[in-house]
Write a protein that binds this ligand. Sequence first.
Ligand code: 13P
Ligand code: MG
Ligand code: MG
Length: 375
Amino acid sequence: MELTLSVIKADVGSIGGHTKPLTAMVEKASSRLRQAVKDNLLIDGMAYHIGDDIILVMSHTAGKNDTGVHQFAWDTFIEATKIASEHGLYGAGQDLLVDAPSSNVRGAGPGVAEVTFEHKLSGHRPAESFMLFAADKCSPGAYNLPTYLAFADPMYCAGLMLPKMIKGFAFDVIDMNHADKDSIVRLNAPEDGYKIAALLRDNERFGIDSIWSRTYDEQAAAVSAQRLHAIAGKYTGKDDPVVLVRTQGIFPAPEELLMPYAKAHYVGGGSRGSHVMPLMPVPINTPASGMYCLPIVSALGFSVDKLGQFSAGYIDFFDSKAWDLVRLKAQEKALHIRDQGWSGAAMLPYGELEYGGFRDTIEELMQRFKIREAD
Ligand code: 13P
Ligand code: MG
Ligand code: MG
């Protein structure tokens, strides 16, 4: 069977600031997913939240960008928005940027990551498993470094030295400043490794769109690399991206994908989406209540049975004491950079300052500059 995994996420309102949705909103999403399975639109589905973003994880046979699946996700976010509005939540409907999506929700606000593959549980894929990273208070470029390291650097992924992976992976890198159509370049690791790094070092402009096995021509990963500010033409919230990664066998193992997150590396985001802050690994359903909207990332692991259903249980990788040290490190790194407030590297450069207001303030001042005439 041609199986598609679709992850569609949006922030449609949160309690007392940009913190977390109401439980009733996530429950509404879960009950709609159960109904969609009964109606045969989906094979399986699950909903959770990270910070103020609701994540829908779905399996089905309708392919990528399917109107039915995307419309279902949109309607689910509309229903959750209604609950947010009734309760007076902050930013109700924040990421729903259009009145109605045309054929799919790409470009309409919600983040989308989808992977389609032949699912037969035999040959080079005797078992199917995948991981889902979901982050809040940051942009898609937050995944550039950890995903590059897991798919292109044997210091982090020893599996790259094995026959099934030694040819490496192809990276489709997207120029996120293009809002109307996707602008993509394909680069092959390992030989284009430095070129990939040359693009991915710029987290705000270039992101990973997808990654492919060069040995088996199978899609390994998809990132929701659509940027809200490019779509809306102004800041409406941070993108808060997801990555869907198939794991094990011909792909990196979960531990290889997780290891780079021990860095708690600095990313663009945090308060007003305009700062540089470390990314802290947390369990799912964690509110965004860390210092200065500390960016957070969660990681879930699933197995998929022969019918395309998710395993009854999932693994929440960062829900473990093993990650406590990294959480402390992230908070220490946050304290260090917050020490310098608005100065230099602590805030994003002008072009990336998210709330229009910061830029309005500077532009108004620019009008007042005058060339000093010589005495
Ligand atoms: P969200 O994008 O998660 O809504 O956060 C926005 C923000 O500006 C927090 O200060
Ligand atoms: Mg929000
Ligand atoms: Mg958010």
